[in-house]
Design a binder for this molecule. Structure first.
Ligand SMILES: Cc1cc2nc3c(=O)[nH]c(=O)nc-3n(C[C@H](O)[C@H](O)[C@H](O)COP(=O)(O)OP(=O)(O)OC[C@H]3O[C@@H](n4cnc5c(N)ncnc54)[C@H](O)[C@@H]3O)c2cc1C
Length: 359
């Protein structure tokens, strides 16, 4: 039996960044993950977008999340000598004068001014788009190369013998007085970071998931040279490979599995053709499931009755901005006993339905 501080189940964004901050506190950890194909972090565009919705409002806690995320990703860049964080403005297509008036009225709002450019610049998109009245431009947005981040940390964990590539079997957990055992490990706590697969975790079946399947394409648009992210019904996100773009995504709340479908591909192609004048070719097509929850706030904390089981999940559509800050908050709670805010607590959906003694 090997004693460790934390056993982490899942090495998506949540598990990786939790491990990042636990290692910084000199904790001993082990991660278990067979890297399922339909994991959200594998396909995410990695966009950090401070302004959302038709009403042009700030994302929740974004003033805190963006600087924190930037510092975290730059720290990881320095640790491994990789480039994963790229500040990149988002151009938002405005369809009519009403949208335009709303957008430009918002540029005068004190708390939005830092995020909205006064004079949008379309750059290489000029003349290449259909069905646009005008543009708004979002500043302080960014794109994180989530795939490279995951793969780099995965190699690091494997080399340090911190990662086991198998599926975690919840039935093999054995509760002890102050610790918990799983196979050959005895840990102070097991922290579940299973993304949408947490829907099948018997210990946390009271969390109200509304998982959303998403499909996306990688396309090549010859001689396009787009530098900014475009939101025009669909997202066009420049990738490192010249003239290659992440295109997406679909939202499906009722689905059988996490496999790619012809229907979603056709939907994405139709949406891209509707807005883009240039010819393009599809290079790849992926699908995954977002760990979305009903109230769209992450879940960070311990099981209400079994305090050696933790949970970090519900990152939904905003994993890149949410995960660095909440991973650090969780580690501060675990190591330094700094309380977590109720907004992210598991208590908000914990009621008498979590029966005494259940799982
Ligand atoms: C198409 C699409 C586009 C997206 N675009 C963006 C974007 O632009 N910006 C943004 O911020 N977010 C985006 N997201 C959301 C983002 O991907 C998620 O918020 C984030 O990746 C969730 O990370 P996670 O670690 O919670 O889950 P996941 O990435 O799903 O990771 C969970 C991990 O747990 C492992 N696991 C599960 N069960 C077990 C088990 N029993 N045993 C062992 N391991 C297990 C899985 O293999 C997986 O590696 C997008 C998502 C999708 C699907």
């Amino acid at each position: 039996m090997t004693s460790i501080d934390y056993l982490i189940v899942g090495q998506g964004l949540a598990g990786t960044l939790l491990a990042h901050y636990l290692l910084k506190e000199n904790c001993t950890i082990k991660i278990i993950d067979p890297h399922f194909a339909g994991s959200a972090s594998k396909v995410a565009a990695g966009i950090i977008n401070p302004i959302t919705g038709r009403r042009v409002v700030k994302s929740w806690k974004i003033d805190t999340l963006i600087p924190f995320a930037k510092q975290c990703y730059q720290e990881i860049e320095a640790k491994f000598g990789i480039a994963i964080f790229q500040e990149c403005n988002i151009l938002r297509a405005l369809k009519n004068v009403k949208d335009e008036n709303l957008w430009f009225s918002k540029t005068a709002y004190y708390d939005l001014a830092a995020y909205l450019a006064e004079e949008p610049k379309t750059g290489a998109y000029a003349g290449q788009l259909k069905d646009v009245f005008s543009f708004g431009e979002i500043k302080q947005s960014a794109q994180v190369d989530v795939k490279l981040l995951m793969e780099t940390y995965r190699d690091y964990f494997l080399a340090a013998d911190l990662l086991q590539s198998t599926r975690f079997d919840h039935r093999q957990l054995v509760q002890q007085a102050n610790t918990i055992q799983y196979q050959d490990w005895e840990a102070k706590k097991v922290i579940f970071c299973e993304g949408h697969q947490a829907r099948f975790n018997p210990y946390f079946d009271f969390i109200p998931f509304e998982a959303a399947k998403g499909e996306m394409l990688i396309v090549h648009i010859p001689d396009s040279n787009f530098k900014k992210i475009l939101k025009h019904g669909i997202f066009i996100v420049p990738l490192k490979n010249k003239d290659h773009y992440w295109i997406g995504a679909t939202y499906e709340w009722e689905f059988e599995d996490d496999a790619i479908t012809q229907m979603a591909k056709e939907e994405l192609l139709a949406r891209l053709e509707k807005v883009l004048k240039l010819p393009f070719e599809v290079v790849a097509h992926y699908a995954a499931v977002r760990p979305t929850v009903k109230d769209r706030r992450p879940f960070v904390g311990l099981h209400p009755r079994l305090p050696n089981l933790g949970f970090f999940n519900g990152l939904g559509t905003k994993g890149t901005s949410l995960s660095p800050f909440w991973a650090k908050q969780f580690v501060d709670f675990l190591i330094h006993n700094i309380a977590l805010p109720e907004t992210v607590g598991l208590e908000r959906c914990y009621s008498d339905t979590v029966e005494e003694g259940k799982a």
